[in-house]
Ligand binder design. Structure first.
Ligand SMILES: [Zn+2]
Length: 199
């Protein structure tokens, strides 16, 4: 129906989450109308993140250096590790201004049905960080969803066994059940963090 380059753009845009066929078409026509500088700026931004952004070697947050900014920040409490599912979950936690420790990004949540097993996540890397010592508390801030809860329980059980001296806590309730952390407002999330309970 369209010239192949236009069809290709629509197909690529349609692969984005939440973008259906109609929206993909609308965005493609918007890009076609946009002047070259803006359109190529978008293409360049995509290329740059793919070339420059990697995962932090310590916590697996996004980084443009071997270590992310949070792991490089000497003022952060190194004895506290907050475990989240995705790099996008670090931002809402930071926005609460209640948390001064470091993070560990799992890269997802356990979901046997979808074939996501412990080896598919950065769980062994978390245990290695805790085993290395100097950790006082692990805050499990996975999403309050079925898979997020299952992941928190799995990690809590393993840590109790491996590192009985380390406190393992979970964000307090008050978070909307079934919702992702990134959609929680910072006041609710901040209260959930302050009221975290032992697991
Ligand atoms: Zn890091």
């Amino acid at each position: 129906m369209y010239a192949p380059p236009v069809q290709r753009l629509i197909t690529e845009l349609g692969k984005l989450p939440g973008i259906g066929q109609r929206t993909a078409q609308r965005l493609a026509f918007h890009i076609l109308r946009t002047d070259a500088e803006d359109a190529l700026g978008l293409a360049d931004a995509i290329r740059e993140v793919k070339e420059r952004i990697r995962l932090c070697e310590v916590c697996f947050n996004l980084a443009d250096e071997p270590r992310c900014r949070i792991c490089q920040d000497e003022r952060r409490d190194t004895e506290l590790i907050c475990v989240v599912e995705e790099p996008g979950d670090v931002i809402p936690m930071e926005r609460t201004h209640e948390y001064r420790g470091r993070y560990h990004v799992l890269g997802g949540a356990l979901s046997p049905i979808d074939g996501v097993d412990p080896e598919d996540l950065k769980i062994a890397e978390l245990y290695a960080r805790v085993d290395a010592g100097g950790v006082r508390e692990v805050v499990l801030a996975t999403n309050p969803t079925t898979t997020g809860e299952a992941t928190a329980l799995h990690i809590a059980a393993a840590l109790r066994e491996r590192s009985p001296d380390v406190a393992v806590t979970r964000l307090a309730s008050g978070l909307p059940v079934g919702a992702d952390l990134e959609y929680a407002d910072e006041v609710t999330l901040g209260k959930a963090l302050v009221g975290r309970r032992a697991l």
